[in-house]
Design a protein around this ligand. Structure first.
Ligand code: SAM
Length: 362
């Protein structure tokens, strides 16, 4: 494990479960083992945070006073754990962070993942979520290494607003260059994710629709979730799907598009003239937990079965203690069985997880 931070001793972390009840010796590897949960949802999408560090301090995400909190594994350790998930039925891997492009060896890691095969012999669907700051230099090498797609986070389309959010001068030009480099490298479809907060950047909605068409990208608006380091979230600050559709529809008529797969998180809309697309991810106003196909691995090797999990599961600790692949597989299968049915945002008694989005891996 690579230590990248000094903080830690006094930081509240999620409780991790103890070893009681793990019966890994009973595991018999079966080629048909499939990651499913107790509700019958098939889990085929793994998000891996490969660093807890980030070079932006987006005001709705981070307080600006603290940096990385959690350690990183070595590339080989991530690759071993990801390989085990893949042997269990994961077909899509998304690298995230922190900011994944800060991670040394990210291109080599993508190359190694591109060589992995599912039990059926297929390539993985390889994606990465980034703030785009370093994408100008890295888009082509990542594409050459085998990355299929990239999602760039961008919360405003004018430079001053954007830089007020990221708190990094020059960030708008860097991200725009990154988006264009990704497009030229053929990382398609190129998606831009924008988190909307009322009274803060919701004046950008209509400009984003123009941006999507001008730059040939799919802009996806995301409802703000209570996953920030500080305390900002209220139901009123969330800009719901319905309002976004109405506002864009007023300037450019939209038509709803059919989902491509059942577990798709975004509701898709095309512009009536057939040119361009936007998406809306509405975990708050129209939760999609029933179709969730995701599991997450944090930078320090903990499994999280939901963004809002109150408990996380120390996969890396078991690996470090010498567990075999078969034992780690048995553990993953058991933990995923216990995936939460849904989140409880906005309900009385809702408990925010102690890790915020940047430390979970969005
Ligand atoms: N640094 C990378 C990036 O900027 O995309 C990956 C990590 S970042 C935490 C992943 C995504 O989570 C970003 O699109 C960010 O806007 C989003 N995000 C952060 N806090 C959020 C929140 N409270 N609700 C919804 N999305 C959030």
């Amino acid at each position: 494990m690579v230590n990248t931070h000094t903080a830690g001793a006094n930081i509240p972390v999620e409780p991790t479960e103890n070893d009681a009840g793990v019966n890994s010796s009973a595991y018999q590897p079966r080629p048909t083992a499939r990651l499913t949960d107790s509700l019958g949802r098939v889990i085929h999408d793994l998000r891996v945070s490969i660093t807890d560090r980030c070079n932006y301090k987006c005001v709705y995400c981070r307080t600006g006073n603290s940096g990385a909190r959690y350690s990183e594994l070595s590339s080989d350790e991530y690759l071993r754990l990801i390989g085990i998930f893949v042997s269990l039925g994961i077909t899509k891997v998304r690298l995230t962070g922190g900011e994944p492009l800060l991670r040394r060896g990210v291109v080599e890691m993508v190359q190694a993942l591109a060589n992995l095969r599912t039990p059926g012999g297929d390539r993985l669907d390889l994606a990465l979520t980034t703030n785009g700051h370093l994408l100008g230099q890295l888009a082509a090498p990542l594409r050459d290494a085998g990355l299929d797609r990239v999602t760039v986070s961008m919360d405003a389309v004018d430079a001053p607003t954007f830089e007020r959010i990221t708190r990094v001068p020059g960030s708008f030009a860097a991200v725009l260059a990154g988006i264009r480099a990704a497009r030229s490298a053929g990382l398609a479809p190129l998606k831009i994710n924008c988190v909307l907060l009322r009274g803060f950047n919701d004046d950008q909605i209509e400009s984003f629709a123009h941006f999507a068409r001008r730059e040939g990208v799919v802009v996806r608006f995301i409802e703000f979730m209570p996953l920030e380091e500080g305390r900002l979230w209220t139901p009123e600050i969330v800009v719901p799907l319905k309002e976004i559709v109405q506002r864009i529809g007023r300037v450019m008529p939209l038509v709803e598009l059919a989902p491509r797969e059942a577990s798709e998180t975004a509701r898709r809309y095309g512009f009536e003239d057939g040119f361009g697309e936007i998406g809306i991810i509405a975990p708050v106003s129209q939760a999609f937990c029933g179709a969730c196909s995701r599991v997450r691995l944090t930078s320090d090797g903990k499994i999280r079965t939901c963004l809002f999990s109150q408990v996380e599961h120390d996969l890396y600790g078991r690996m470090r203690a010498g567990a075999s692949d078969a034992e780690l597989s048995a553990y993953i299968l058991r933990i995923v069985q216990g995936k939460e049915a849904r989140h409880h945002i906005g309900e009385p008694g809702f408990l925010k997880p102690s890790r915020s989005m940047v430390h979970i891996g969005g």
